[in-house]
Design a protein around this ligand. Structure first.
Ligand SMILES: Nc1nc2c(ncn2[C@@H]2O[C@H](COP(=O)(O)OP(=O)(O)O)[C@@H](O)[C@H]2O)c(=O)[nH]1
Ligand SMILES: [Mg+2]
Length: 711
């Protein structure tokens, strides 16, 4: 296998709506480059990029695939990304390591919600974007409308570089404004026939070309001058101008075709090779310490692991991009995250499921390696002399979907936990953690579809039967007034018995609360609770009615109650306790008796002290197209949301609100349904607030029933 130098490499990510034709385009690019001699199709389940069992079953891309093809001796690395927003993690990681994003638009549907999501990822990573309006062989494809929408959504830097002569069945000709020629393609692909632009298209073509040249030259003064002098630009200068414009994101050129039939594909590859930037021509990747890697061979070796994947016959592979120097077999590198050495054992150049061994990989190129000791997505491996900091990791999106999960058989719970941890290592947007408070394994991810993907792997790969259910809401319990209670714990069984009696009073804790004057406070302990709030525990015993040595046991009983509050079993907080009287038995009193007496006395007092349930309230913001605002608002009102304000952002509106977490179960699914996938939201814990009376009654009843069931 040839070793490709940095300037012989182009890295592109194919992104865009699901079903826009990314996988089909990739397959056709491979065919054009003679990497395959027969094209597979998504429908026949034999493409090189959708090869994983889940992808074959569902006929969609779930993971990004790394592929490559050749065009005029240049290696084009292709990342074929998924389209669904639930797989944004993979869309983002693909875009992050590519040097140009090719954003496919289905010519029948225009800008879809997932088109916008793909755009956002390219925007976030500040990548050059080329639009490819695809599927123009469909009778209802509409190029002009698609372009209108692109400009509408993404601004007027969206610039036509090509347009179709006639769309629909038989579509094969494209006017190319860079060449000022008409390209006529054969069904199935190949290099096009280059023809003069027909007379009746000339005026339109000239007008569009002017716009293209203006936008291309805009970023570069020398080019601008040349253009004004000669009223045109040479092909080389046009390419240079567009390249510079793409890098600074001053131009987003629009191409077109029908990838399934190879129409426009050869030319698009030509554009990738001659106009899209090579890896060392785009913005560098910084380290977390601010040092820059420009994909230059002279730099110290540095690679970034942008994805892990489990592959048949190989096991776990790491997909890498080389950001500096070169990587070769047997090389020792350092992982700055751990400080440990990693040896690069084997390197492969891959085409989806096919692979070929290589000895070295030069800066700018992508490859896979296997058998790393301790690798995660987002890790980097660095030359020992440059290992002080890692290459900047990808900032994955915050989770939008939360669920609890457990194994159908509790003996599998531990295995489930470790399988999910491993999934996180591979896909950082799958986050699982055991919540001590909720006593549940909580899974966070990018949507219900993403959750179903996790479940698919659990079912089919790990053979783990699981149950997904709503997570428990972390309520808090507290009191609103003072109350007293006595409790005597007494048990006579055989020889020794148990006896302990506790009289106590509770009152709410707040800054500046006052101790009662009925009894003296002889010892005061302040406990900061790990879940927030305080417990103040007062020893007010006079005359030795309870020995001081039993006080810790009483405190323990109270603490148990705080950890599993009397109303709903949630954490209780902000309470002052006064133990002011009690009784002992000379023989039968022991710690366990006083712990139990303390626990019951506290629980009884608590229930009489105007107890209330507090619920978590989140700061919330939702963004949706203007015309969907009414529907989103109505839905929010049904969720007890308090609207805090509104903002507009172009064609979008943003509603800010405070929402009770209890009402937001599976919100991402609802929002997606209400807004046809166009809405996005974010929320973050803000504070605890008292639940309304009717909600409290419901919660109390539910907990009582649960306790009865457990008895
Ligand atoms: N008629 C037509 N169908 C296409 C074209 N490109 C893709 N398709 C079909 O559209 C569907 C989705 O294509 P796929 O490549 O999986 O899209 P992806 O989800 O973007 O990867 C498949 O059935 C393809 O055969 C095209 O240019 N013309
Ligand atoms: Mg696909």
């Amino acid at each position: 296998m040839k070793v490709f130098q940095t300037d012989e490499i182009r890295n592109i990510a194919l992104i865009g709506a699901a079903k826009s034709g990314k996988t089909t385009l990739a397959e056709n690019m491979l065919f054009e480059g003679k990497m395959i001699n027969r094209k597979g199709t998504v429908d026949d389940k034999n493409t090189l990029s959708d090869y994983r069992p889940i992808e074959l079953e569902r006929q969609i891309s779930v993971n990004s695939s790394l592929l490559y093809t050749l065009h005029n001796d240049i290696k084009i690395n292709i990342l074929d990304a998924p389209g669904f927003s639930d797989y944004t993690g993979d869309i983002l990681s693909s875009v992050s390591v590519a040097d140009t994003a090719i954003l496919l638009v289905n010519g029948q549907s225009g800008v879809e919600a997932t088109t916008e999501n793909a755009w956002r990822q390219a925007d976030k990573t500040e990548k050059p974007v080329v639009f490819f309006i695809n599927q123009l062989d469909h009778h209802n494809a509409n190029f002009d409308e698609a372009v209108r929408q692109l400009k509408d959504y993404f601004g007027d830097k969206v610039t036509i570089a090509q347009y179709p002569v006639k769309t629909g069945e038989g579509f094969d000709s494209i006017i190319d404004l860079m060449f000022m020629k008409m390209l006529k393609f054969k069904q199935g692909g190949g290099a096009p026939e280059v023809l003069d632009i027909p007379d009746d298209e000339l005026e339109k073509a000239e007008e569009l070309r002017r716009k293209l040249i203006e936008n291309a030259a805009e970023g570069d003064e020398a080019l601008m001058e040349k253009y004004f002098e000669n009223d045109t630009l040479s092909l080389d200068d046009t390419r240079l101008g567009i390249k510079l414009g793409m890098i600074t994101r001053g131009i987003f050129p629009v191409f077109c075709g029908a990838s399934k039939h190879g129409i426009g594909v050869y030319r698009l590859m030509d554009f990738v090779v001659y106009t899209c930037p090579s890896p060392d021509q785009v913005a560098p990747r910084k380290t977390t310490a601010g040092k820059e890697f420009h994909c230059k061979k002279a730099e110290p070796s540095a690679l970034f692991i942008f994805k892990l994947s489990n592959e048949q016959h190989l096991g776990e592979v790491s997909l890498i991009k080389v950001y500096g120097g070169e990587i070769y077999e047997g090389q020792d590198l350092i992982n700055p995250r751990t400080g440990n050495k990693e040896r690069v054992s084997q390197l492969f150049i891959v085409n989806g499921k096919n692979r070929e061994k290589v000895e070295r990989v030069i800066a700018g190129d992508m490859a896979v390696t296997i058998k790393l000791k301790d690798a995660r997505s987002n890790d980097s491996l660095m030359d020992p002399k440059a290992a002080d900091a890692a290459l900047e990791p990808i900032a994955y999106p915050e989770p939008v979907f939360v669920t609890a999960v457990k194994a159908a058989s509790s003996t599998d719970d531990e295995k489930l936990g470790s399988v999910l941890q491993d999934m996180h290592r591979i896909d950082p947007t799958i986050i699982a953690a055991l919540s001590r408070e909720q006593r549940q394994l909580i899974l966070q991810c990018q949507g219900e579809y993403h959750m179903n993907t996790v479940k698919w792997y659990l079912d089919n790969v790990h053979k783990l039967e699981t149950i997904f259910y709503s997570p428990k809401i972390p309520y808090r319990e507290t009191i609103t007034k003072a109350a007293r209670a006595d409790y005597r714990h007494k048990k006579q069984s055989g020889g020794s018995g148990q006896f302990g009696e506790v009289h106590l009073m509770v009152q709410p804790y707040f800054e500046g609360y006052k101790d009662p004057t009925d009894f003296p406070v002889r010892g005061k302990e302040e406990h900061k609770l790990t879940w927030g709030g305080k417990l103040i525990f007062n020893n007010c015993i006079v005359g030795g009615s309870i020995d001081a040595r039993f006080m810790p046991a009483i405190l323990k009983g109270v603490m148990e109650n705080l950890e599993e509050g009397p109303l709903t079993g949630s954490y209780a907080r902000d309470i002052v306790v006064y133990v002011y009287d009690g009784k002992m038995h000379p023989v039968d009193s022991n710690e366990i008796s006083f712990k139990l007496a303390g626990r019951h006395a506290f629980s009884d007092a608590f229930k009489n002290a105007g107890p209330k349930i507090m619920e978590p309230i989140h700061d919330f913001a939702v963004r949706m197209p203007e015309d969907m605002m009414g529907a989103v608002m109505t839905d929010l009102q049904g969720r007890r949301a308090i609207i805090m304000g509104m903002d507009s952002d172009g064609k979008y509106q943003i509603i800010k609100a405070k929402v009770p977490l209890a009402e937001m179960d599976r919100y991402s699914t609802s929002l997606s349904a209400i807004t046809s996938g166009r809405g996005t939201f974010a929320m973050k814990f803000a504070e605890y607030a008292q639940v309304p009376g009717d909600v409290q009654s419901k919660l109390l009843k539910a907990y009582e029933e649960k306790l009865k069931e457990e008895d």
